[in-house]
Design a protein around this ligand. Sequence first.
Ligand SMILES: C[S@@+](CC[C@H](N)C(=O)[O-])C[C@H]1O[C@@H](n2cnc3c(N)ncnc32)[C@H](O)[C@@H]1O
Length: 764
Amino acid sequence: MGRGRRHRGRSHKNQSEESKEKVRKPLKSDASFDSNIQNRTWSNLDFEEYYKEQRIVKAKEWDSFMEILRKPLPAAFRVNSNGQFCDEILSILENDFMKSLQAEAIENGELEAIKPLPWYPNNLAWHSNFSRKEIRKNQILERFHEFLKLETEVGNMTRQEAVSMIPPLFLDVHPDHFVLDMCAAPGSKTFELLEIIHESSEPGSLPNGMVVANDVDYKRSNLLIHQTKRTCTTNLIVTNNEGQHFPNCNLKRTLSTASVINHHPIDQLLFDRVLCDVPCSGDGTLRKAPDMWRRWSSGSGNGLHSLQVVLAMRGLSLLKVGGRMIYSTCSMNPIENEAVVAEILRRCGCSVELVDVTDKLPELIRRPGLKKWKVHDRGGWYRSYKDVPKSQRDGVLKSMFPSGKSDKDLTGSGNSYGEMAPISSDESAEEVCDLPLERCVRILPHDQNTGGFFIAVLHKVSPLPEFQEKLNQRRNVTRKNINSSEKSSYEAVSGTVVTKPEEDAEKIVQEVAASENGFQPPEKEHTSEEGIIELAQKLDGMGGKREIPPMQGKWKGLYPVVFLRDEAVINGIKTFYGIKDESFPLYGHLVTRNSDISSHGNVKRIYYVSRSVKDVLELNFAVGNQLKISSVGLKMFEKQSARECEANSCSFRITSEGLPVILPYMTKQILYATMADFKNLLQYKSIKFPDFVHPQFGEKAAELAMGCCVVVLVDGTQLGSEPVKVNSSTIAIGCWKGKASLTVMVTTVDCHQLNQRLSDRSKK
Ligand SMILES: C[S@@+](CC[C@H](N)C(=O)[O-])C[C@H]1O[C@@H](n2cnc3c(N)ncnc32)[C@H](O)[C@@H]1O
């Protein structure tokens, strides 16, 4: 659900109080809900009056539009295209669940239980005809629920509302693109963007592109950090800047000498793609957040309009010429949608075009953007700004109207984008926007049983008009001044500034059982998407109150990220795992943060960053840490304080998320196991060397240096021809080689899921 600051609290409150009296109880036919939901209200007369008046659907469609809004939203999910078991999972969906759930679907009056979303490429996204609640509560659906839960937890699937999957597809992202996700939390679209960035990369090869996922709310950002961990990406930076003041880290403006600039591969942070999925009133999510029926008022949309305009304008100014930006909301309100798009087109003149995407995703049922709408405020309707009484002009802005013109403008000349349609002197005449707003994409819930959504695709043809850029720069200079006083507590420390350590995200996830074998438990991993969404909704329920990090502790809640320059640590890792600089350079790509350094100066966690992220970190450092970074790169090594350790072993273990990236470059500490031994390891977690099915495997394990190692699954024919080349289907797990046994260092959930997938494979 969209959220943001409510600018006009007073009118909002009055209207929502009024609307409480106008609500009605649910229809009898909505009987499938549990009693808790039944007691909720499923209508709001203000909502009905508002959208009838805005004519977002034809009169004859009204009843079906309202009817679907009162039905719970069907669950939707995506299969991670980069996941190792993508094909297996698709096959289970097609060959098992599509058939086995059919009877239950028919009982529910549906033709199909689950089906691929026809507009999503390669059948990777699915729609189920059961709501999330039904899936959770219904016993027959229990096996399906368990499957969804497990595969989501290990990162093979993502539960995501169908409409929320659309913006990244229209954005046309390539693996070498720099992408800004401006309002990114809780991160379902960031996850999708990362998937696209990584789509064609081979194991270990990192794409040239990257994603900056920004959100002003640090608590919601922590959900994003947790959620995107499952992508195992080195190409992500998470920031907590205000989107409208997002810095472009312009080195030319910061440094005076060209020679210094020459040392930096990039001198300004601009993006090939921007996703501007702004905070909004969120009435497109009524089906999954029925509480909104009670809270809905037209004031919410009005209150967010100007923030939405400035966010979109900032996004466009951070976009490279030739780049593409998506403006999207999960609201159906034209004030948050077409009015915002019209205003940014007016401000940008010919430098920005609204792209016609009718030929893209042809199976997606969509409606054109509106050209006519009205503004509602404090019980009154206005067709034109000239009708708004002076006393109400603080709440109703001229940019909210189709012409975007004030009384004075209406007598003057048109704008550079095109002449507006003449406004008749007739009081009842409606304003019609002359911009090509029909190119916007409206998704209405009753067209294909989804939530409501709005998308506009914008193309930056040339630099923005100079005064708009200057306006943006002025805003940022003012912000920078504020920031520099805020920053005094960490100025002396080199590196990037993070607002809060990642561990906060961990607090919300389940603990994995501590290993009995003397080493620290593996890092806490994966929580369910359901949990993430529920947490995000709880945060939404805080009424737009933004969370700022508590300013406690030595670093006052601001933890610097630093490049790891400790050669003893880096060389120790390189030697132990046999990593060669020419194939996988570690130096310059490893970062840590002060919160990860113990009081004795020992590093606890080490993160790996791609070249693109490294370049941005260096730029950010050079411009005085303008980006407030809360997470960066991929946690690759973690200090292991084991009981059993030898002088020559490395105290850093490889994390499970880091393993797929580094494995192709490891030349030491690798064991090759056949299915029997591999499955036994997953099942029993710790096995003594003589107890392996293949004695040679136990002998090789015993010969290995003590400490972290990797066990790679091979078939019998590959044994003896080691090293086996790693490819995208390679299955490997991190283990600990002790004095007498080999112990798995993978969470119980991951072991269980992997075992299940391997059993499915062997059945074929
Ligand atoms: C509609 S939600 C984004 C959903 C997200 N794109 C996703 O797919 O999961 C809007 C987000 O904007 C954030 N937000 C609100 N005001 C902001 C601002 N001024 N700058 C950046 N983010 C903001 C909110 O914290 C919220 O997480």
